[in-house]
Design a protein around this ligand. Structure first.
Ligand SMILES: Cc1cc2nc3c(=O)[nH]c(=O)nc-3n(C[C@H](O)[C@H](O)[C@H](O)COP(=O)(O)OP(=O)(O)OC[C@H]3O[C@@H](n4cnc5c(N)ncnc54)[C@H](O)[C@@H]3O)c2cc1C
Ligand code: SF4
Length: 505
C-alpha cells in the first residue's frame, strides 16, 4: 500500500532489519530513539506537505499518471523545477533543518538524462530500468537517499591509486544476476530514514577506475550494509526530559557513515556499470540540480531572521536603527541566495531524454552564496540575541524551586514578555547557529553538494572570459589583429544563449 501521510511514513520505517550503530551500540528501533526521531519527523513533514498543500508538495507524473510526491517527480518543465525550490523553502521554514529528501530527487533527475545518454551510445537498457524503478517508488511513495560521496582516503589520488581499494565504492564480484559492491559512503543525509539508496560515483573516473563506475538502487536494509550514526553538536539534549534546552526539539537532520560489505545489486537495478565517461556527466548534472536545491537554506534563514526579530522585540530594542539595519541585511543575504536558485530553475532547458535541467552557472552561484551568507546571517543573529544565548542555565534550573524564581526575575526582558518565551527564542538561535541544526544551517551549507572550491571550478569553467574580452574590445574600438587570439572570435556559451533566450525551450 502506498504511504499516504507523515504518520504512515513513520510507521513504514518500523521493524526493518537495519544495522544502525550509535554510541557504540546497535540501535534496536531507530524510530523510537529520541536522538534519531527528530530527523524522522523532519522527513514526515515532506509527506504532510503533499497532503496539506498538494499544489506545492505533489504533482502529476506523466510516467505513472499518478499524483506523486514532488520529491519523486521527474521535472517535465522549468516550472517543475521552480516549484521544487518553492517547496524546499517552505519545508525549511516548517522544520528549521534539513528535511533530507532532495539528494534523492536530484539523483533521480540527473540519472534520468544520463541513463538515456548512455543507452544512446552503447545500446544498453539502463534508462528503461530506471524508469521502471521510478514508477515503483512513485507508486509506493518511498524516500530515496542519494549516496554519492565516498570516504575518498588520500584526496590527491584517484580511486584505483589508493592503497586501500575500498576508499571508493566499487564492484568486487559479478555473477549473471548482478554485482556485489564494497566501500563506504560518508555524510549520508537521511539514509536511515530512507527506503532505498541510490549509489553513484563521486568524481570523474579514468579507464583504470572502471569498477568504480557503478550506479544502482539498493534497499536500505540490504544484506551487508552497516550504518554508523553521525553525532551533531548538542544532540543528546533531545534525550533529556523537557524540550526547552534543545531549541528545536521536534526536528533535526541526519547523517551517517554507510558501509557496504559485498552488497548485492541485481541487474535490473543497475543504472551504470563501467561506462566511465558518464561518471562525470552524472556528477555534473547531479550537482547542477543539487546546488540550486540549497535554496532550502533560505527557509531556515527565514526562521533565523524571525527569531532574531523576536529576540530584539523581547529585549525592547526592535526600534533601534542598527537592529532594523541588521535584519534588513540578513534578509538581503537570504533573498540573494534564493534569487540565484530560483533564477537557475527558471532558466531550465530540455535534455534529450525529455526532462528539464536548470542552469548550471546560476546553480553554482546559488550554492557558493550558501557557503558564505548563512554564516553572516548567523553572526548577525548572535549579535542581536546577546550573550545569554550561550550562558543561559538549563531547563531544570528554570523549573527548580529555588533557581526558577531567581531566573524568572533576573532574566526578564521587556514588560509583558514571559522569561520562558525569551529563553525559548535564544535557545532556537543557539540551536541553529551552534547546536544541532547548525549542521543543517551552517556546515551542510559549506560542504553539502560540494565544498566551495567545487563551485569556483564550475564558475571559472563557464565564465567565458574570451567572449567578455571581445565585448570590451569592441566597445573600446580595438581592432582584431595579430595580438588577439582566435578564441576572441568564439561565440558565447550556452549559458549566454539561455540568458538571452536563444535556446530556451
Ligand atoms: C551535512 C552534510 C550532508 C551531506 N549529505 C550528503 C548526501 O546526502 N549524499 C552525499 O553523497 N554526500 C553528502 N554530503 C557530502 C558532501 O558532498 C561532501 O562533504 C563534500 O563533497 C566535501 O567532501 P568531504 O566532506 O569529504 O571533504 P574533503 O574532501 O575532505 O574536503 C575538505 C577540503 O579539502 C579540499 N579538497 C578535497 N579534495 C581536494 C583535492 N583533490 N585537491 C585540492 N583540495 C581538495 C576541499 O575543497 C575542502 O576545502 C554531505 C555533507 C555534509 C557536511
Ligand atoms: S541540505 Fe537542503 S537540499 Fe540538501 S537534502 Fe537537506 S534540505 Fe534538501
Amino acid at each position: 500500500m502506498p504511504i499516504k501521510n507523515g504518520l504512515e511514513y513513520i510507521e513504514s520505517l518500523r521493524n526493518r532489519n537495519l544495522k544502525v550503530y550509535l554510541f557504540g551500540e546497535l540501535v534496536e528501533e531507530p524510530v523510537d530513539h529520541p536522538m534519531i526521531r527528530p530527523s524522522i519527523n523532519a522527513v514526515a513533514e515532506t509527506y504532510d506537505l503533499a497532503v496539506d498543500d498538494p499544489d506545492l508538495g505533489s504533482t502529476k507524473s506523466s510516467l505513472t499518471g499518478l499524483q506523486v510526491n514532488r520529491f519523486l517527480h521527474i521535472a517535465e518543465s522549468p516550472q517543475d523545477l521552480v516549484n521544487q525550490n518553492r517547496m524546499q523553502r517552505k519545508l525549511g521554514q516548517k522544520t528549521g533543518t534539513c528535511f533530507q529528501r532532495c539528494v534523492g530527487m536530484d539523483a533521480l533527475n540527473s540519472l534520468y538524462s544520463t541513463t538515456f545518454d548512455i543507452d544512446k551510445k552503447y545500446g544498453v537498457k539502463y534508462h528503461d530500468r530506471l524508469v521502471n524503478f521510478i514508477k515503483m517508488i512513485q507508486y509506493e511513495n518511498f524516500v530515496i537517499g542519494g549516496a554519492m560521496t565516498d570516504v575518498k582516503g588520500d584526496r590527491s589520488l584517484s580511486p584505483s591509486q589508493q592503497d586501500d581499494p575500498d576508499m571508493f565504492l566499487h564492484v568486487v564480484k559479478r555473477d549473471d544476476k548482478g554485482v556485489y559492491v564494497k566501500g563506504a559512503k560518508a555524510h549520508q543525509t537521511g539514509c536511515i530514514n530512507s527506503h532505498w539508496l541510490i549509489v553513484m560515483p563521486t568524481m570523474r573516473l579514468r579507464p583504470e577506475d572502471k569498477d568504480y563506475a557503478i550506479v544502482g538502487a539498493i534497499p536500505v536494509d540490504a544484506k551487508g550494509i552497516t550504518y554508523i550514526y553521525g553525532r551533531q553538536s548538542c544532540d543528546t539534549r533531545s534525550m533529556e526530559s523537557g524540550d526547552l534546552d534543545a531549541g528545536n526539539s521536534q526536528f533535526s537532520g541526519q547523517e551517517a557513515l554507510v558501509i557496504f560489505d559485498e552488497v548485492f545489486i541485481p541487474n535490473e537495478l543497475i543504472f551504470m556499470d563501467g561506462e566511465i565517461e558518464f561518471a562525470s556527466t552524472l556528477v555534473e548534472r547531479f550537482t547542477c540540480y543539487h546546488r540550486r536545491s540549497y535554496v532550502c537554506k533560505t527557509g531556515l534563514g527565514d526562521v533565523l531572521i524571525g527569531a532574531s526579530a523576536a529576540a530584539a522585540e523581547y529585549n525592547g530594542i526592535s526600534n533601534a536603527s542598527h537592529i532594523k539595519d541588521k535584519l534588513t541585511e540578513m534578509t538581503h543575504l537570504n533573498e540573494t541566495i534564493f534569487a540565484a536558485g530560483i533564477a537557475s530553475s527558471h532558466q531550465a532547458y530540455k535534455t534529450e531524454s525529455g526532462n528539464y535541467i536548470n542552469d548550471d552557472m546560476l546553480a553554482n552561484v546559488c550554492k557558493h552564496n550558501v557557503t558564505r551568507f548563512p554564516y553572516e546571517i548567523g553572526r548577525l543573529a548572535q549579535d542581536i540575541a546577546g550573550g545569554l544565548m550561550v550562558t543561559m542555565p538549563s531547563e531544570k534550573d528554570f523549573r527548580g524551586p529555588i533557581t526558577g524564581p531567581l531566573l524568572e526575575k533576573y532574566l526578564k526582558g521587556k514588560k509583558g514578555v514571559s522569561t520562558e518565551d525569551k529563553v525559548r527564542i535564544a535557545r532556537l538561535i543557539e540551536n541553529m547557529t551552534l547546536g544541532r541544526n547548525a549542521v543543517g544551517y551552517l556546515t551542510e551549507s559549506m560542504h553539502g553538494a560540494g565544498s566551495p572550491q567545487a563551485q569556483r571550478i564550475q564558475i571559472a569553467r563557464q565564465m567565458q572570459l574570451e567572449y567578455k574580452k571581445k565585448l570590451a574590445r569592441n566597445l573600446a574600438n580595438i581592432k582584431e589583429g595579430e595580438n588577439t587570439s582566435t578564441e576572441l572570435l568564439s561565440e558565447p556559451s550556452e549559458y549566454f544563449d539561455r540568458i538571452f533566450g536563444i535556446k530556451n525551450n
